[in-house]
Write a protein that binds this ligand. Structure first.
Ligand code: ZN
Length: 331
């Protein structure tokens, strides 16, 4: 019997990087090896840590590099995907113009794929996660920001400037009156629906709240330092009216973004991933209700709204999937 091909996926983040060997059918062979990124120590050390994380992942799977067909590396933007370069991402300071793909390829002598981290996570969900049955999908990842990825058949939409699928910066409100976004513009989806901005909106709503007594407001008064999106969602699940309003608005804004994407690429599935999806089915169905209200009727009728299923493993699994794409297709 021919041996199944194996791929290494590496997901580089601002705090840690994670890697594991993944089989041809998308199964990690071990828990991911996690190492600190320490971007402040400079990019040469960063590149060496990437190679070391990969080496340890191969060892953790009881394999040698000879067993590995290809490697996939995912990093946060700004980046030049085609050139294989990290440019100068805000959460990897002070790195600048880092030749990631070339370095890793040279280090191991293997075909090496390079991808944006949100695109890689989207590919992971497309390959073996929430959209594994689909031919096209769009991912929204909800965290400090709002990331995104678009996959049509086996193609990741990278765009001309490596900014395809930056769904957090879709405009959902007017550029003069919308909320301020971290990118410098106003009215971006991220300015409404990232975890950080859910907290900001909750603080504002609280200041004007005239509804039922709110345990969320009591919690906020006592624990301002630990007032997170998670806390807000937990209170909403317990029926707190103020928290429910904040969560309902979040679903509304996400659905505005999702309906814009339906009109743009008409995907089969829209997947939401990241911390907030821990809220569960009731949050998914809220998004679904608003999407059905706002979306272009014909494609929206059958679009599926799903939650991600790979959790924080989606990045390295998707990176391995991108490595696999260098040699073969999804099915
Ligand atoms: Zn923006």
């Amino acid at each position: 019997m021919a041996q199944q091909a194996k791929f290494v996926g590496l997901d580089v983040g601002g705090t840690t990087m994670k890697s594991a060997v993944v089989t041809d059918d998308g199964r990690p062979l071990s828990a991911p090896v996690v190492m600190d990124t320490n971007p402040e120590r400079g990019q040469d050390e960063g590149l060496e840590t990437m190679c070391e994380t990969i080496r340890r992942a191969v060892a953790a799977a009881n394999l040698t590099m000879n067993d590995v067909a290809a490697i996939g590396v995912a990093t946060p933007g700004l980046m030049d995907i085609k050139a294989g370069l990290i440019l100068d991402p805000p959460n990897l300071k002070p790195w600048k113009n880092v030749p990631v793909r070339e370095h890793v390829a040279r280090c191991f002598g293997k075909p090496t794929a390079y991808q944006n981290d949100a695109n890689a996570a989207a590919y992971g969900e497309f390959w073996v996660g929430a959209a594994s049955e689909a031919k096209s999908m769009v991912l929204f990842t909800l965290g400090t920001g709002v990331g995104g990825g678009i996959i049509i058949d086996d193609a990741i939409i990278e765009g001309e400037h490596s900014h395809g699928g930056e769904l957090g910066h879709m405009r959902i409100a007017m550029p003069d009156t919308g909320r301020q976004c971290g990118c410098g513009a106003r009215g971006c989806l991220e300015a409404y629906a990232s975890a950080t901005n859910v907290v900001r909106r909750a603080r504002e709503d609280m200041a004007h709240w005239r509804g039922a007594p709110s345990k969320l407001r009591d919690y906020y008064t006592a624990n301002d330092d630990e007032f997170t999106a998670k806390v807000i969602f937990r209170h909403a699940a317990e029926g707190d009216e103020l928290a429910l309003k904040v969560v309902d608005d979040t679903a509304y804004y996400l659905a505005l973004g999702a309906s814009a994407v339906i009109a743009t690429v008409d995907p089969e599935v829209i997947v939401f991933g990241g911390g907030m999806v821990a809220a569960g089915e009731w949050f998914r169905s809220k998004i679904d209700v608003y999407v059905k209200r706002f979306g272009l009727p014909f494609p929206t009728r059958s679009v599926k709204i799903a939650f991600a299923s790979l959790g924080s493993d989606a990045g390295f699994i998707g990176a391995a999937g991108c490595a696999r794409l260098l040699v073969q297709k999804k099915a």
